[in-house]
Design a protein. Structure first.
Lengths: 592, 298
């Protein structure tokens, strides 16, 4: 079992949950520790309940796990909801002036802070937060200077008196805890590694910048808005044109316009916005203009649960827009992969002149992960495919934009090059772009053009590696997941092995092309297969069956808005191996 | 050393002849608009490879196929966002957007208002025939009250939209109305619209000879009056333009209603485009900029 330490901070929206989270994350990563952050919140700007969990440790932390070592409730509600997550050895730090302790399990250390005695609360509204950060770090065995330097950065835009005041409040909390509370049995270790703390939305935006995206546009929609925020904030430094558009229909069409002019163009949205984009996706495919669209899934249908996670958009992606056309769909496996995937999918979209879809979800988009900064390669190889950028000597055959080729790919020209004028079209067209409905609807040409476009699927399939089975061969159970469940399944496999059940893991990153034959081959000797996914109907299970006829032994699904924790999967595997059920739907422990 | 002077070949009408001839109904108003656009480009001597003609869907949206420039035939109602993205990625190109009243004021009306307020530097030409033609004759957003069509056989009970007032209200920096039968006047408006730096909108009466029996060439001819013929009309006066835009009936003004040149275009206001068209910029960011993005996360 990997060693880890989890801090949970909760309160009403607006009480300042985010700042202590940022401070802890920075301190942990600077100690050379890995971390994973998940923020449970609601669609409310003030009030409600927000609960931020940071899990840290010396090894990679692929998921939070619902357990807490330190709880910092900023209000009574958080105390009452989350105390049940604490077990022997953990502690709860709270403002004794305002919050009454909830019933705690044996061995839980209650740490009341006399906030009004330790700080001037009339002057500093967030004094309880700062005191708790100081106290918590003291109990974790972290030296005060680490906190002092992070506080100075955090408040660097404020005047010196404000910084000094916050440092002295943190110091008061730190000293009070040293004198009054028992330190944790496991002092936080330190390593020489240094990690970047990366959010999924920022990662996808940065991945776009690395891929050479020059045009980004979006309409705000949770949980994808963070991509727009990163792009907008860094646009001028990165030389990216960023536009906020009137709706998602406008977004995808604007991206297509920019892409046709010759730049890499990207946009992001969530399921509802994607639904508006779907006709545009067909235009990208039919006119053969490459774009990349990110869908950060949230719980649907309709407006659904805007601040909660789900993997419920797979079939929307598979069926987006009418008609048959080549497309690429990939689901990043973790937050580092959110970065890495974008240049990869752009290369494929560019080479095969088709839309690329990144199927992310709230869990990754709004989560944060420690990432080795060397993994953030801003200068990957870029392949823009067959692109004509100049008329060379001026001599060339009459240009046919949709020339019929063996690969199905017709060289694309950047508009502006003399001698290559042509019209691209959403209507079915001939090789030279002339609409076939403008002469007579020519069934021979229609068939040839359809086959030309669809031939690109072979090239796309050859450009994408088949998935690989991770973990021991001949395992008792094989867990199959896609996208964001990678981290939680990985840890579940570890816990299962600790419990004497050998488990391996088949994570799916490329959904289209799927490499169904390779998957069937990998699974043909599996003893017991279970598909794990964050939706009601088993969207991936149904897709895999439709492509390969493969039917797993069981399913683990969750559609309550919250992500899986490793223990959910472990318990479900145990009940399924015992023959109790073929479908497990774990319940979430706490209402967040 | 002798210097060779190369005289560039003059640009002529034949340069803009499309790969196929228009398949509009004989007598369609759109022929006049196509000819006026080609003439304007010739008179302005703009090479065809520096022009992008972008349309939506509908009879008049088949326009890019009938003119030889870089063209895009996009989706119903979506020409303006496509054109905006195109112009942002390559602002060195002259961008013409063509379409009809259903495309622009029906399904695409939201984009019309936003492209207008953004002052995207392009010319938006609407061939307004007050009917849906390609779908065989239904009421459009500019069909007159009471007009009988297949979709409103007992007469429209909805008031039509006023494209000129709408463009003015949305902040268009160039607003004009043309009549397809007055090609010389229309060509002049198109030239001005192309040369105007910002969003130029020309609503062109382009009668549908097949489905609109109310607003025909014969109906328009005695009614249209050129604003240019009135020496007192001041096209820099927005309030006067708005007032004129409401005139309809026995006298219908055509010509340039309004122009202002004091507002920056969208691409002109964008610092990222200062170093030239996006498409010609380096798509690799300097190593120190990349490093600064990573440093923010440490």
């Amino acid at each position: 079992m990997r060693q880890s330490f989890s801090v949970g901070i909760g309160g009403a929206a607006g009480q300042g949950v985010a700042t202590p989270g940022d401070i802890f994350a920075k301190i942990f990563s600077r100690r050379g520790l890995h971390l994973n952050v998940y923020n449970a919140y609601q669609s409310i700007i003030r009030g409600g309940h927000t609960f931020l969990t940071i899990r840290t440790g010396p090894d990679k932390i692929g998921t939070t796990d619902g357990k807490l070592d330190l709880l910092i409730p900023l209000n009574q509600d958080t105390m009452d909801r989350h105390m049940r997550l604490l077990s022997s050895g953990s502690a709860c730090l709270y403002n004794a002036d305002l919050i009454k302790p909830a019933a705690a399990a044996d061995g839980v250390q209650l740490c009341p802070m006399p906030v009004s005695k330790l700080a001037d609360i009339s002057r500093n509204k967030i004094a309880q937060n700062t005191l708790a950060i100081g106290a918590g770090l003291s109990m974790m065995g972290v030296g005060f200077p680490a906190l002092e330097s992070v506080l100075q950065e955090q408040f660097r835009k404020k005047e010196k008196a404000v910084i000094d005041e916050n440092v002295s409040i943190a110091r008061a909390g730190y000293d009070y805890a040293s004198q009054n509370f028992k330190p944790f049995a496991w002092p936080l270790p330190m390593t020489d590694a240094r990690y970047a703390v990366l959010g999924g939305n920022a990662a996808m935006a940065m991945g776009g910048a690395a891929a050479g995206v020059k045009f980004y546009c979006a309409y705000p929609m949770s949980p994808s808005t963070g991509v727009l925020h990163w792009m907008a904030e860094h646009a001028r430094k990165a030389n990216i044109m960023v536009r906020q558009v009137e709706d998602e229909i406008g977004v995808i069409n604007m991206a297509i316009g920019a892409a046709h002019a010759g730049v890499r163009a990207m946009c992001a949205t969530s399921g509802g916005g994607f639904a508006l984009m779907s006709e545009g996706l067909g235009l990208s495919a039919q006119a053969e203009i490459p774009i990349v669209v990110i869908d950060c899934q949230r719980a649907g249908p309709s407006t659904g649960v805007p601040t909660k996670t789900e993997q419920g958009d797979l079939w929307q992606m598979l069926g987006a827009a009418f008609g048959d056309y080549p497309r690429v769909i990939a689901a990043p496996l973790d937050i580092a992969d959110c970065f890495k995937l974008i240049p990869e999918i752009f290369d494929i979209a560019d080479r095969f002149q088709c839309p690329g879809i990144v199927l992310c979800d709230l869990l990754l988009a709004e989560g944060r992960l420690s990432v080795n900064p060397n993994e953030l390669d801003f200068h990957p190889a870029i392949d823009r495919g067959e692109l004509i950028t100049s008329n060379g000597s001026g001599e060339h055959e009459p240009y046919k934009r949709y020339k019929i080729t063996e690969s199905g790919v017709s060289p694309r020209v950047i508009p502006g090059v003399p001698g290559y004028t042509h019209t691209v079209s959403s209507d079915e067209h001939d090789e030279d772009g002339v609409l076939i409905s403008d002469e007579y609807t020519n069934s021979v040409k229609r068939r040839a053009m359809m086959e030309k476009r669809m031939r690109k699927e072979d090239g796309i399939a050859a450009s994408v590696p088949p998935p690989q089975l991770l973990g021991p061969a001949n395992a008792d159970v094989t867990l199959i997941g896609w996208g964001s469940t990678y981290g939680v399944i990985d840890e579940a496999c570890e816990l299962l092995r600790d419990a004497g059940i050998s488990a391996n893991h088949l994570p799916i990153r490329w959904l289209v092309p799927l490499h169904g034959d390779a998957i069937v081959d990998l699974l043909k000797d599996a003893k017991h297969t279970i598909i794990v996914e964050n939706n009601f109907s088993g969207q991936f299970a149904r897709y895999l069956r439709s492509e390969t006829s493969f039917v797993p032994n069981g399913h683990i699904r969750k559609y309550d808005g919250e992500p899986f924790f490793p223990n959910h999967i472990v318990e479900a595997v145990k009940e399924q191996l015992a023959g109790k059920t073929k479908l497990s739907v774990p319940s979430h422990e706490v209402m967040v | 050393m002798a210097t060779e002077v190369v005289t560039p070949q003059a640009i002529v009408m034949a340069d803009f002849k499309g790969k196929v001839d228009p398949d509009w109904c004989p007598g369609c108003g759109d022929f006049g608009v196509l000819a006026a656009v080609q003439k304007a480009l010739v008179e302005l001597q703009i090479p065809k490879h520096e022009v992008a003609t972008i349309s939506g869907i509908g009879c008049s949206s088949n326009f890019p196929g009938f003119i030889d420039t870089y063209g895009m035939h996009t989706l119903h109602g979506r020409s303006l966002p496509v054109a905006t993205g195109f112009k942002m990625a390559n602002h060195a190109m002259t961008v013409l957007v063509t379409g009809g009243d259903g495309d622009g004021f029906g399904i695409g009306c939201g984009h019309f208002v936003h492209a207008t307020r953004r002052n995207v530097d392009l010319l938006y030409l609407v061939m307004d025939n007050q009917i849906y033609g390609l779908t065989t004759g239904q009421t459009s957003p500019t069909s007159r009250l009471g007009m009988k069509t297949k979709s409103m056989p007992f007469g429209s009970i909805e008031s039509p939209l006023n494209p000129i007032s709408l463009a003015l209200a949305a902040g268009a920096t160039f607003v004009a109305r043309g009549f397809s039968a007055d090609q010389k006047h229309l060509t002049e408006l198109i030239k001005q619209g192309i040369e105007h730096k910002g969003f130029s909108f020309i609503d062109v009466f382009s009668p549908c000879v097949t489905y609109n029996h109310d607003n025909t060439f014969q109906w328009f001819r005695p009614r249209v009056k050129k604003l240019e013929d009135n020496p007192e009309y001041d096209p820099t006066n927005w309030a006067a333009a708005m007032e004129k835009s409401l005139m309809w009936g026995d006298e219908i003004p055509i010509g340039k209603f309004f122009e202002r040149t004091d507002l920056p275009t969208l691409h002109g206001a964008e610092p990222v485009l200062k170093s030239g068209p996006l498409v010609y910029q380096d798509n690799r960011m300097p190593a120190d900029v990349a490093q600064s993005f990573i440093d923010e996360l440490m």
